[in-house]
Design a protein around this ligand. Structure first.
Ligand code: DLL
Length: 429
């Protein structure tokens, strides 16, 4: 553990710490007078002392819309000149979401990512091959700073240029690989094609996009590693919000800094532990852009059961999808990750696939583009499996090997719309 005192502290001790920090946050938001402070006032909160952890769920939410409405610096709770860096997400859904960090926020972020890397078994002296993109995206720079804080050696590869990545993976003998799960697959395949020996790699720390247990198994087949999941979002800090340990059984949320709740996405009311809900985070220790009850849109469940690694932090399940990513195909609601689970679970396809949502006619169709693992055309069998397990009527297209786009840079695009004109992939009729 990077910080055993914090990661393994008793629940009571942590709750006291959270409560104390939450008071401080509420006072700061009220003093800053922005949208979050106003909402607190409207809710009758006059100071931190009015708020308890048990009552957190009664406080107002903050959303991505608030960040957009106050773009770029309207939600700061420190003077602008205290901002040491900005980051953000590329905004595949439209506008970029920008976030800000003070120097203290950057230090906090580095120690959260150092915790993540030690969850994957890294320590001082480890070599971390970091193939998350560097730039506004938080993946590259976040993991980089975490590796430095841990006392490890970081190789700042960023994404792309796969051949060169394989070369440095071979020459520098890193023990940990950090990148998106889709790119890990791509790297594993490229290493196999090049006959590269990566036997010293021990673990991979993969996140920034949803991935299933089935994808984990596929990655662990092409790379000699334990693949662990890392979760985070720019708004909360970036990577380092929660990470799986080598038990591979849920992601430990750094709840001493990121207080987590799971709520019903429709009603906003808390769901019980073990039930899937939308993750909501409060960041009591962040300075530049602290958030009270930020709605992530990400669906996962929480558990407070003990973990064999000794960390006492609450764990979240893998994210099954985003509330706004759910597809509705002829009345059947389905997350892309459920389709991934069924497809890869059959063992009939390679782990590269794309879902094309054909909206050219009022009755939306789902086309599944994939590639067979061992020749032949398993389309019919795959369609049956999707029907049997998800009740989903999909048109499965088994395309020639290498046709489904591989991800080199950025997040995997699993779902593509087809609104008009030619099909987005060749071979889909
Ligand atoms: O993706 C931060 C990150 C970088 C996390 C590197 C892990 C590793 P954003 O670009 O702001 O930040 O995107 C955040 O990505 O709300 C989720 O929908 C999704 N996401 C992130 N990690 C996971 C994960 C980074 N492990 C959004 N599983 C989040 C599923 C994830 N979805």
């Amino acid at each position: 553990m990077f910080d055993p005192k914090a990661e393994a502290m008793s629940r009571d001790e942590r709750a006291a710490l959270q409560r104390h920090r939450l008071w401080g946050l509420v006072d700061r938001l009220l003093a800053a007078g922005g949208v979050q402070g106003e909402r607190l006032r409207e809710a009758g909160v006059k100071g931190g002392a009015d708020v308890t952890l048990a009552d957190l769920h009664k406080l107002p939410f903050t959303t991505k819309q608030d960040l957009w409405d106050n773009y770029p610096f309207g939600m700061l709770t420190v003077p602008r000149d205290q901002v040491a860096a900005v980051h953000g997400s590329s905004g595949t859904r439209g506008r970029p979401t920008l976030v800000a960090y003070t120097r203290a926020d950057l230090d906090l972020w580095a120690s959260m990512c150092a915790r993540s890397l030690s969850c994957a078994g890294a320590g001082p002296g480890s070599i971390i091959h970091n193939a998350y993109g560097y730039g506004l995206f938080t993946g590259g720079i976040g993991i980089h700073q975490g590796a430095v804080a841990l006392g490890a050696t970081v190789v700042p590869m960023s994404g792309g240029m796969t051949e060169r990545q394989v070369r440095l993976l071979t020459d520098l003998r890193p023990d940990v690989l950090a990148c998106t799960p889709a790119y890990a697959l791509r790297l594993g395949e490229a290493a196999a094609e090049a006959g590269a020996d990566l036997s010293w790699l021990k673990a991979g720390i993969f996140g920034a996009e949803p991935w299933t247990e089935e994808l984990r198994a596929a990655i662990e087949r092409v790379l000699p590693i334990k693949a662990v999941d890392i979760y985070g979002l720019s708004e909360v800090i970036g990577p380092g919000v929660a990470t799986e340990c080598l038990e591979q059984n849920g992601l430990h949320v750094n709840e001493d800094h990121f207080v987590v709740e799971a709520v019903d996405p429709a009603t906003g009311t808390p769901v019980a532990d073990g039930e899937p809900g939308e993750l909501v985070f409060t960041t009591p220790t962040k300075q530049a852009l602290p958030l009270l009850r930020y709605r992530t849109g990400d669906i996962a469940s929480l558990t407070r059961a003990a973990c064999d690694c000794g960390r006492s932090l609450v764990r979240m399940s893998k994210v099954t999808g985003r509330a706004d990513d759910m597809l509705v195909i002829r009345g059947v609601n389905v997350y892309p990750s459920e389709v991934e689970r069924v497809l890869l679970g059959t063992g009939l396809v390679v782990p590269h696939y794309q879902l094309v949502v054909d909206r050219r006619k009022p009755a939306t169709r789902l086309l599944v583009a994939c590639e067979a693992a061992a020749g032949g055309d398993p389309a019919e069998e795959l369609a049956k499996a999707l029907q049997a397990e998800l009740g989903l009527a999909a048109d499965v297209h088994v395309l020639p090997s290498g046709t489904v786009p591989r991800v080199e840079v950025g997040k995997a695009v699993r779902v593509v719309p087809w609104e008009t004109g030619e099909a987005p992939l060749p071979g889909l009729a």
